[in-house]
Design a protein around this ligand. Structure first.
Ligand SMILES: [Zn+2]
Length: 253
């Protein structure tokens, strides 16, 4: 169970989350100048806030780094749904065409070089519905890509996986549960395929080592000698994947 409280601060937006799973107080800094303070239920709120206070310099440095990166690597404009948009698909910017159609429901066609939305008249002027339809179709593609990659890489590594969840987490690209359940961000379908593959290999290597020890990284490297390049891509460009079709903010629970 989580509880969210929102506070506003001159420098950033603070969100608090009381977690039943967290074992320590944790601070997450997100590129959109949002700071999330996660703390276990047994930690008094005042202690969590004091902890955040004690990390002010660290938070500021992180926010500054994001701001610098934003200047060096500006984000594309948000979709206007007028046929001039472009979106990242498997590492390539492709145009998003919008075509009026005599259909009962919105339809989305994804091809390697373009995405086309076929929009019935009742959906025109409803950007939220267009965004949702596109997101659903991309999630479906992510699911297919992920399954294929998981099967290929699990075989190469000699491990098994159990279930696949396609989600939209804010800070992680993937996770691996102790029972072999793999969860991946649908946004990886926008990244270059080699980057998606790296995340899959990373999670599958957790089937052997459930930590980020040297042995773990040695195994990742054995499977993907150039993994560091893909890891860096996510660090440097990952925020672009969150910029497109932004996640709707969770309301306070
Ligand atoms: Zn990991």
């Amino acid at each position: 169970m989580t509880q969210q409280l929102e506070l506003f601060n001159a420098e950033y937006r603070l969100r608090e989350r009381v977690s039943t799973k967290a074992r320590n107080i944790r601070i997450e800094v997100h590129p959109e100048r949002e700071v999330v303070l996660v703390y276990p239920r047994w930690v008094p709120r005042a202690d969590a806030l004091a902890f955040l206070q004690s990390r002010t310099e660290w938070v500021r440095a992180k926010l500054d780094a994001f701001a610098e990166r934003a200047v060096a690597d500006p984000l594309p404009p948000l979709p206007r749904w007028d046929g001039t948009d472009e979106i990242l698909l498997r590492g390539t910017l492709v145009p998003v065409m919008v075509e009026p159609a005599r259909l009962r429901h919105l339809a989305v066609r994804i091809e390697a070089e373009r995405i086309t939305l076929f929009v019935p008249s009742q959906c025109q002027d409803q950007p939220q519905r267009l965004a949702l339809a596109l997101k659903r179709e991309l999630m479906h593609r992510a699911q297919l890509d992920a399954r294929r990659l998981l099967n290929e890489e699990a075989q190469r590594l000699g491990v098994y996986w159990r279930d696949l969840g396609i989600a939209d987490p804010h800070t992680q690209w993937g996770s691996c549960g102790p029972d072999g359940t793999i969860s991946l961000s649908w946004r990886l379908v926008m990244a270059p395929p080699a980057v998606f593959r790296y995340v899959v290999v990373h999670e599958l290597c957790h089937r052997v080592h459930m930590d980020h020890s040297e042995r773990f990284w040695a195994l990742v490297e054995q499977q993907l000698p150039d993994f560091d390049q893909h890891r860096r891509w996510l660090r440097d460009h990952g925020h672009h994947l969150h910029h497109y079709l932004p996640k709707r903010r969770a309301r306070g629970a």
